[in-house]
Design a protein. Structure first.
Lengths: 555, 273
């Protein structure tokens, strides 16, 4: 079983603080947690909500309806009351409310803790009580959360949690909570997973021009910069950001930029530069709906074509699209390894939904384990940067290491100097593109979930993994054999045998994507991997849910 | 099959100021005692940007206008490298104008040598950001309307740590100023080098510059910002050359805690493979 708790209010009211508090406390209680956020592009006002879904089994996505709604404004209550599940409870921060249980969090916080700031702690205490949970885990979490503050702050928060529990105890409505214990206590989101993976892999320079929804990764890396020895520089624009990492990569240091669609559009010439100079750059692209400014704080899977085709000319690249926070960690490390092994740009393509979603899982390895940079330690006296190689990968030296390293954005000869000799041009272009074959051989095949011989096969990529996985399990449980293929690497494509067979056996193939045109389905058809398929798209800025996919598969 | 030529000699016009700048730069590198294995010449696109190919150094010849951010990345990765940008007025002040402003703000120890001939050479004679008003080209057929950019003044206003101007026609002055820029430690250095374009600028010729440049006197205190700004704004019958301005701002890398003990490259080497 699972329960969905929704906190809703204006920006600046503490929706996120309350949500994060609950995520931490539920995880501490050993419950499986999945949180997701919906927020507007503003710092104050509007309406934001934060869903915390808890269950006694692992959770992979959000849910449309809430079992427990905590409304911090009348507008939030009006807008979201209709999405309350049968038997659900709505709490409202006030002295009276129609169709909700009035519970004055803010007043109680002022009276008990001496500050309205602690209203979120009162609300968390109330939520625990409505769910019939003892306060122990919430209290323990508050102790940890405020351990660096004065004891007085901890005590006041503990009092506020208890006050919330007292107020809620008097209420009529209750929601049954899932069982506690068993789930890991560590919580992370894709933003911290990507950041930690980059830091532990030895990324030394991180640049960005801040852009939602990628800034969380930039901020995470700034937070651990001292611990891991990273220079984090906010560039004047995305063009500067990408050229800075090109420079750092040339000088022998793993470097990364973070951005979203519009910012990435500005970086495309730099991506082409990395392709020509054969530089191992790494870029996180966190998607939001476009075109142009679009919906800045919502989610989408609309920039696959942009990332796949970014940059003029033809050169190899690798694109990874994690489905979970744990996979975001693995694929970030792998992306950096691929970039360095093949001296080519590599990308992590994710989105607002996954960047913000929090789940509990096994603790991620925090130890610094720099990847192999594949740099020649002692280049010979006659070293040249672009020597011919059947694999396409020329030995890479870096400046300051004894040999002179010459790199050019113009077509160049083996020594890196400008040339317009067409024979050299063809040789160098062939050499660069020769890397695609070994890169393809190393590419990750899609993961199969559910039966491999089902008549219905769902194909998804990136963050749609979670909702699709829940849908697969639900459909099979309901007696409708359904398989699912999730692509964590989108380019180059290596389908592998198991997935190839599942595709061959399926009678109905549905590609599920957060865009209008089915960008990945088109790539699969173009590559001869699929001949035809149905599309299930969503492009309103909200993520898919498992239940939605089930309904749309059955309809 | 056509036997295609292989490039070896500089792609500059006979009489181009770039030859003098190249020759003087080679001499200045020696005078400054720089080990070429630790020297990185970074450039964008344009005639000046081709210079790194005609000398001996590490080379990063990147994108149009983007030499400064690439140079910044190189310096951050290994701040023991000597990083010099060779650029032109279009590359540095036009396409790369935003990076120029922010490089001055950032004050990382990169030396920018800007070959300023007030015209676009590689694209054949259009106006540049430093072209004088009224300058007629095949595009600006009625003459340039926009105000010319004042790079020295712009840098001084933002307390650039080293601001100088020289002339390709005065080899000794250029050599002296280049050495001063190359040996300047701790911060961004701008050296604007006036240079004739024999093919596309028939107004600002060798003679035009030669008759106007005036070395700043020994009495000029480069730490006097008001006096420096006054010199930087002088343009016309007299054009001051020399070290116009210096500030005592700390460099970006000296204020970056992570770089205090070792370069990022060294830290990586000691962390593992």
């Amino acid at each position: 079983m699972d329960v969905n708790v929704r906190i809703a209010g204006e920006a600046g009211q503490g929706v996120q603080t309350t949500g994060n508090l609950l995520v931490g406390a539920f995880a501490r209680a050993g419950m499986h947690v999945f949180s997701s956020q919906s927020y507007m592009s503003r710092i104050r006002g509007g309406m934001n909500w934060f869903d915390v879904r808890i269950g006694d089994e692992e959770l992979f996505s959000g849910r449309r309806r809430a079992d427990l709604l905590v409304a911090l404004t009348g507008e939030a209550l009006e807008a979201l009351r209709g999405q309350l599940a049968g038997g659900g409870v709505a709490l409202f921060d006030g002295s009276e409310a129609r169709g909700a249980q009035a519970l004055p969090f803010t007043d109680a916080a002022r009276q008990t803790g001496g500050s309205a700031v602690m209203a979120n702690t009162v609300a968390a205490g109330a939520v625990f009580t409505v769910l019939g949970l003892p306060l122990d885990d919430l209290s323990a979490h508050l102790e940890v959360l405020f351990k660096k503050k004065d004891r007085e702050v901890v005590e006041k928060n503990l009092l506020c949690a208890r006050r919330g529990a007292e107020l809620a105890a008097a209420l009529a409505g209750k929601v049954e909570a899932p069982g506690t214990g068993g789930a890991p206590r560590d919580v992370c989101n894709a933003a911290s997973a990507v950041g930690l993976a980059a830091a532990t892999a030895g990324v030394k320079l991180v640049t960005a021009y801040p852009m939602t929804p990628s800034t969380a990764v930039f901020a995470y890396l700034a937070g651990v910069a001292e611990e891991y020895g990273i220079v984090v520089e906010q560039a004047e624009d995305e063009i500067a950001a990408v050229n800075m990492i090109c420079g750092a990569a040339y000088a022998g240091v793993p470097a990364m930029a973070t951005t979203s669609g519009g910012g990435f559009a500005l970086m495309t010439e730099g991506v082409s530069l990395a392709g020509m100079m054969e530089l191992p750059i790494f870029i996180l692209v966190s998607q939001r709906p476009g075109p142009a400014t679009g919906l800045p704080t919502r989610t989408a899977q609309q920039d696959l074509n942009l990332v796949l085709h970014a940059g003029h000319g033809e050169f190899p690249r690798a694109i990874y699209a994690p489905g979970t926070a744990a996979q975001a960690y693995e694929l970030t490390r792998r992306g950096l390894q691929t970039a360095h092994k093949f001296q080519s740009p590599a990308f992590i393509l994710t989105d607002q939904y996954l960047i913000d979603a929090q789940t509990n899982g096994a603790a991620l390895d925090r130890s610094l384990r720099p990847i192999d940079l594949h740099v020649v330690a002692e280049p010979a006296g006659d070293y040249v940067r672009y020597a011919g190689a059947s694999s396409g990968v020329s030995p890479r030296a870096v400046p300051g290491g004894g040999a002179l390293v010459v790199c050019d954005s113009d077509e160049h000869d083996e020594a890196g100097h400008i040339t317009e000799d067409v024979r050299v041009r063809v040789r160098q272009q062939d050499k660069r593109l020769a890397k695609l074959e070994p890169m393809t051989a190393e590419a990750l095949p899609p993961q199969l979930h559910g039966p491999g011989d089902a008549a219905t096969l769902m194909i998804c990529w990136g963050s749609t993994y979670g909702p699709c996985r829940e849908a697969t399990d639900a459909l099979n449980a309901a007696g409708l054999p359904t398989g699912m293929l999730h692509f964590g690497q989108l380019w180059p494509l290596n389908v592998g045998r198991a997935a190839g067979e599942a595709i061959a056996r399926a009678k109905r193939i549905v590609c599920i994507e957060g865009n209008c045109t089915g960008q990945f389905a088109a790539i699969l058809r173009q590559q001869g991997i699929l001949s035809g398929c149905e599309l299930m798209t969503r492009y309103d800025g909200m993520p898919f849910t498992g239940e939605e996919i089930v309904e749309r598969i059955r309809s | 099959m056509i036997d295609w030529p292989v490039d070896a000699a500089p792609a500059w016009c006979p009489g181009c100021g770039n030859f003098a700048i190249l020759k003087t730069l080679d001499r200045a590198i020696e005078s400054a005692g720089i080990d070429r294995r630790n020297l990185v010449l970074v450039s964008g696109i344009g005639q000046a940007a081709k210079l790194p190919h005609y000398t001996s150094a590490n080379v990063f010849n990147g994108l149009h206008g983007r030499a400064l951010p690439a140079a910044t990345g190189i310096k951050l990765a290994n701040h023991k490298l000597e990083v010099v940008v060779t650029s032109g007025d279009g590359d540095m002040y036009g396409e790369g104008g935003n990076h120029f402003i922010h490089a001055v703000r950032r004050n990382i120890t990169v030396k920018a040598f800007v070959h300023n001939n007030q015209v676009y050479g590689l694209t054949k004679g259009q106006a540049s950001p430093t072209s004088d008003p009224g300058f007629v080209t095949k595009i600006q057929t009625g003459g340039v309307v926009s105000q010319p950019l004042k790079p020295l003044a712009l840098a001084i206003v933002h307390e650039c740590s080293f601001v100088a101007r020289s002339f390709s026609g005065d080899a000794d002055h250029l050599h002296e100023t280049m050495v001063a820029a190359l040996t300047h430690q701790g911060g961004f250095a701008l050296l604007d080098i006036l240079q004739p374009c024999v093919s596309f600028n028939r107004v600002n010729t060798f003679r035009w510059y030669r008759d106007r440049v005036r070395p700043v006197g020994e009495s000029h205190d480069p730490y006097d910002r008001a006096a420096a700004l006054e010199l930087a704004l002088k343009w016309g019958d007299e054009i001051p050359i020399g070290i116009i301005y210096r500030s005592r701002r700390a460099s970006f890398e000296s204020q970056t805690a992570v770089l205090a003990e070792a370069t990022l490259r060294e830290q990586l080497a000691s962390a593992g493979r």
